[in-house]
Design a protein around this ligand. Structure first.
Ligand code: SAH
Length: 356
């Protein structure tokens, strides 16, 4: 029994079943018990690992792609260099190191991080090791300036709501967290129309489940508005697809799948990212098509870079390096599970590595 579970059960007994988004927000970011709010869950010793934690190759190439987009747009100065959900700060540290040789890039950048977790902000401060970082609770607060932004495994952590298509008419039953026999359970509400799902009436049938991530759309909107108005580019990497369908709500604890209702606050909760919804919300910024992470990294020269790094390694370190390269790029590992969406201004070229 976790303390957060008791709090949620009391709240549901009082106020009725809770939308999944509220449940997810409490589990991840409750100030006293939230999964991210209270700990650093990343890496081999934690619950899950991510591309930048697997190898420096990832952050270096993301950084060079972003710096090339900045050069392609005439090297605007000053500009906002931003990351949403930087975790341990590893991606940003690798990006900053890899771009040191890009003339003018470091002098012009103003570093902004969007991070809600106080525990992870402290880790980021230590990893990145600069005293000129501005943190924000939300992407709305990013400056009105040219914006070059990265986000890896950020949007999958934002709270979703789930709806099941009802029988007759255009109604949806929201799937909420209720309490039965002292346990948290999923239950469907009464059918009602949902304006945000109007375009999903075309591609769904009775019983189908769709997910809606309003906070993700708000973040994409804030990013897209700045890129369209002031220039810039965003590289968004996550697992998901173009118009997701079905229940993708999942929990991971100690590198294993878990029941998302089992231990609130103790497991990472995610849902697949619906990139179509993000791309729509980012208008008037333009968007690329989805590019598989493996293809994206190959286009940016990951194999050549991996070979250079391999020269200094032998034995177990070399084996680990080769395995990390494979893990990031191979279709049966992260290579196709993860997808890249680029955002860019109407009058500029798409960011390097992405399919236009
Ligand atoms: N990008 C990192 C970490 C991914 S984990 C990596 O690839 O390793 C998700 C990150 O998003 C964490 O830093 C988490 O604290 C942050 N995060 C999750 N929900 C958030 C929210 N609603 N607002 C701001 N940051 C959030």
């Amino acid at each position: 029994m976790t303390a957060l579970r008791d709090i949620l059960i009391a709240r549901i007994r009082d106020g009725g079943p809770m939308p999944l988004a509220d449940y997810m927000a409490e589990c991840l970011m409750n100030p006293d018990h939230g999964y991210y709010a209270t700990r650093d869950p990343l890496g081999a010793a934690g619950d899950f690992t991510t591309a930048p934690e697997i190898s420096q190759l990832f952050g270096e190439l993301m950084g060079l792609a972003l710096a090339q987009a900045w050069l392609d747009q005439g090297a605007p100065a000053p500009f906002t260099l931003a990351e949403c959900g930087p975790g341990r700060g590893t991606l940003m540290a690798d990006l900053l190191r890899a771009t040191r040789g890009v003339p003018g890039f470091h002098a012009a950048l103003r570093l902004h991080l969007v991070e809600a977790s106080p525990a992870l902000r402290a880790v980021q401060r230590a990893t990145i090791g600069r005293d000129d970082i501005t943190w924000h609770e939300s992407a709305d607060a990013l400056p009105d300036a040219p914006l070059f932004l990265i986000a890896n495994e950020f949007f999958d952590a934002l709270p979703i709501r789930q709806f099941m298509r009802a029988g007759a008419g255009a109604g949806w039953c929201e799937r909420c967290v209720g309490v039965r026999d002292g346990k948290l359970v999923l239950e469907a509400g009464a059918p009602r129309p949902v304006a945000a799902l109007a375009q999903r009436l075309e591609d769904t049938r009775e019983g189908d489940i769709v997910e809606h991530c309003a906070p993700g759309e708000a973040v994409a909107g804030a990013i897209g508005a700045r890129i369209a108005a002031h220039g810039g580019a965003a590289l968004i990497v996550d697992y998901g697809g173009w118009r997701t369908l079905g229940d993708t709500f999942q929990a991971v604890r100690r590198h294993q799948r878990a029941d998302p209702l089992e231990a609130p606050g103790m497991a990472d909760l995610t849902a697949h990212v619906d990139f179509e919804a993000l791309a729509r919300a980012a208008a008037p910024a333009r968007h690329t098509r989805l590019t598989p992470q493996g293809v994206f990294l190959e286009r940016l020269g990951v194999t050549a870079r991996a070979q250079v790094l391999a020269k200094g390694l032998d034995g177990e370190a070399l084996e680990n390096h080769v395995a990390a390269h494979r893990r990031l790029t191979h279709p049966q590992e992260m290579g196709t599970l993860f997808q890249v969406l680029g955002l860019y201004p109407p009058n500029a070229a798409p960011p390097p590595g992405c399919d236009a």
